[in-house]
Design a protein around this ligand. Structure first.
Ligand SMILES: Nc1ncnc2c1ncn2[C@@H]1O[C@H](COP(=O)(O)OP(=O)(O)OP(=O)(O)O)[C@@H](O)[C@H]1O
Ligand SMILES: [Mg+2]
Length: 258
C-alpha cells in the first residue's frame, strides 16, 4: 500500500501567535530544502491568509524580475514547483484533503492544515483531532499561556484516556521569546506544562523581525517568510527555525532526502 501523508497542524485557540507563520515556514523548509512533498490546506475560513500570501507573491513575481528568475532557478534545480495550497472550510478540511490527494499523481509526505483559532467548535475540533500531530506555538505572556493551557490540558487528557483519535500527540513550543522575559516566569509555566505531562519542545523561537520578512513588490531583499522560497540561509542564523525543523522531523519520524 502507498504511504499515506501525515496530517499536521500548527494550531492553538490563541490568536496571532504564529499558526500561519509556522505553517508556511515549515512547509517551505521541508518542500524546498528537505526534498519532501508538501501540500497545505488553508482552513482558516474566511481569512485564508496562507492562500492570500501565495496570491500576493505570485502577483509580485509577475513584475519583480529578481524574484522571478530566482524562482525559475529554484524550480529547475529541484525538478518541482511550489506546493499546492487548497482552501477549505475547517470542518470540511479532511474530506477536501482526501479528495485533493485522490486526484493527484504526486505522492505527498505531509499535508499541513492551517486552522482558525476557534477550535472550541465541533467542526474545527473534529478536524483538529484527525491530525497525526499538532504543534502549538505559545507566546510567553500570561494571557497567551492561560488561553493556550485552558485548551491544551483538557485535549491532552482526552488523548491519554481515549485511543480512538488519530491525533498521536500535541507538542508545545515557545515562540516570540525576547530577552526581557524573566527566567523565573518561563520556569513557572514550564513547571505547569510538566505537571500536566504536556510535551514541550526544546527549541524556542526568538522574537525577531525576520519572522515578518516577506517578499516585496520591488527590490531584492532576502526573504524569510514565503510560500515560494525557503527561508534565506543568512536569515536562518539565530532564528532557530532550523533547530525547530530538526526536532519536528525527529518527532514525526519523517525521513527527508537531503
Ligand atoms: N518569532 C516571531 N517574531 C516576530 N514576529 C512573529 C514571530 N512569530 C510570529 N510573528 C508575527 O506575528 C504575527 C501573527 O502571526 P500569525 O499570523 O502566524 O498568527 P496566527 O496564529 O496565524 O494568527 P490568527 O489567529 O490571526 O490566524 C505575524 O505578523 C507574524 O509575522
Ligand atoms: Mg493564521
Amino acid at each position: 500500500m502507498e504511504k499515506e501523508p501525515l496530517f499536521i497542524s500548527f494550531s492553538t485557540q490563541k490568536g496571532g501567535v504564529g499558526k500561519s507563520t509556522f505553517t508556511v515556514l515549515v512547509a517551505s523548509y521541508l518542500h524546498y530544502l528537505k526534498g519532501l512533498n508538501i501540500a497545505v490546506m488553508d482552513c482558516d475560513y474566511p481569512q485564508f491568509s496562507v492562500y492570500d500570501m501565495r496570491k500576493r507573491e505570485i502577483r509580485q513575481l509577475e513584475t519583480n524580475l529578481h524574484y522571478q528568475s530566482k524562482a525559475i532557478a529554484l524550480f529547475d534545480s529541484l525538478g518541482k514547483q511550489t506546493y499546492p495550497i487548497v482552501c477549505a472550510k475547517p470542518e470540511e478540511g479532511i474530506d477536501k484533503a482526501r479528495e485533493f490527494l485522490a486526484d493527484e499523481p504526486t505522492l505527498y509526505d505531509v499535508v499541513f492544515f492551517d486552522l482558525p483559532g476557534t477550535i472550541n467548535n465541533d467542526g474545527v475540533l473534529s478536524t483538529f483531532m484527525a491530525m497525526d500531530y499538532v504543534f502549538v506555538p505559545m507566546a510567553p505572556s500570561r494571557m497567551s499561556m492561560e488561553s493556550t493551557l485552558s485548551f491544551v490540558i483538557p485535549v491532552n487528557e482526552i488523548l491519554t484516556e481515549h485511543k480512538e483519535f488519530n491525533l498521536k500527540a500535541i507538542h508545545l513550543f515557545w515562540n516570540r521569546v525576547d530577552g526581557r522575559i524573566k527566567k523565573e516566569w518561563i520556569e513557572h509555566y514550564q513547571g505547569v506544562i510538566d505537571q500536566f505531562g504536556l510535551p514541550l519542545m526544546q527549541t524556542s523561537i526568538p522574537q525577531s523581525v525576520r519572522y515578518d520578512k516577506e517578499q516585496t513588490i520591488e527590490g531584492s531583499d532576502a526573504v524569510f517568510l514565503s510560500t515560494i522560497f525557503p527561508a534565506d540561509k543568512a536569515l536562518l542564523k539565530g532564528s532557530n527555525l532550523d533547530l525547530l525543523v530538526d526536532e519536528f522531523l525527529a518527532i514525526t519520524h519523517l525521513n527527508p532526502q537531503s
